[in-house]
Design a binder for this molecule. Structure first.
Ligand SMILES: C[S@@+](CC[C@H](N)C(=O)[O-])C[C@H]1O[C@@H](n2cnc3c(N)ncnc32)[C@H](O)[C@@H]1O
Length: 255
């Protein structure tokens, strides 16, 4: 299996950055699904501007979803790939976004400290060598009561959904990506999804990292049974958490 990690993966994303936005635009529902997952953070109920961390922001598609759903949010967006971040910086942003080039495993060294009201990770976790460590760090960076949304290709575990995934990759994504010179990255995409957690396993992983109220929420269209949002909350501690934006927003807002 051709799964890429760390520097090798960042280099592959550097190269793919120029065609990334065109490829995801051909994926029906890509941006709408990101906005739906951003709403599922449950922070869109008013109150002070939330502090939001976008892990693995890429060319800024997930960051744009957060900015659209949470106008005025104070967003920090992190990615390891300089090429992807260059594209993100070229977008028009309604409010300034702090972009940081760093592996998500080394946020403190990059000056990203928190606390945040929400952490969003879209198509990131599956790419990391140690997803448990990334979730533990997200937990540490969140304020008590802060929200997590992991938006990910995490299959249902049913053979039919895996077959759709393999058909879409084999029939469209890989031929196009190979023509563009990005075959290795998109073979990684195909295999990393098959090798990664099912949606339920991902939810259990999030729970093991110390989160509560973990829920697996589906996404529609061809991605039914293929892409899910796992939402969760960092528990309030006995003496903390009063007044965070996450708490004020109410439990079910935006779902
Ligand atoms: C599939 S893209 C998703 C980009 C964006 N979140 C979106 O929704 O379109 C995954 C991104 O995660 C980044 N990434 C992967 N592993 C990373 C790591 N360990 N640290 C930081 N960024 C990483 C890649 O560089 C890439 O830009």
């Amino acid at each position: 299996m051709s799964v890429l990690r760390d520097a090798e993966l960042a280099t592959a994303f550097d190269h793919a950055a120029r065609s990334y936005d065109a490829l995801v635009a051909a994926n029906p529902g890509y941006h709408a699904h990101l906005r739906r997952s951003a709403r599922r953070l449950g922070l869109s109920g008013g109150g002070p501007a939330p502090r939001v961390l976008d892990l693995g922001c890429g060319t800024g598609a997930s960051t744009a979803a957060l900015a659209a759903v949470l106008p005025g949010a104070d967003i920090t967006a992190v990615d390891a790939s300089a090429g992807m971040l260059r594209r993100a910086a070229l977008r028009p942003w309604p409010t300034p976004v702090r972009f940081v080039q760093s592996p998500v495993e080394r946020l403190a060294a990059a000056g990203v400290h928190g606390p945040f009201d929400a952490v969003f990770a879209a198509y990131l976790l599956r790419n990391t060598a140690d997803p448990d460590a990334v979730l533990a760090q997200a937990h540490r960076l969140l304020a008590p009561g802060g929200r997590l949304a992991v938006h990910e290709y995490a299959l249902s575990g049913r053979a039919a959904h895996r077959a759709v995934w393999n058909a879409v990759c084999g029939g469209f994504v890989l031929p196009v990506a190979t023509l563009l010179g990005d075959g290795a990255l998109y073979r990684h995409l195909r295999h990393s999804v098959v090798a990664f957690d099912t949606a339920r396993q991902l939810a259990r992983r999030v729970e093991r990292a110390g989160f509560e109220r973990v829920r697996v929420l589906p996404l529609p269209g061809w991605q039914t049974g293929i892409t899910h949002t796992v939402v969760a909350r960092r528990p309030f501690t006995a003496d903390g958490g009063a007044g965070t934006a996450a708490r004020r927003a109410g439990e079910e807002a935006g779902r």
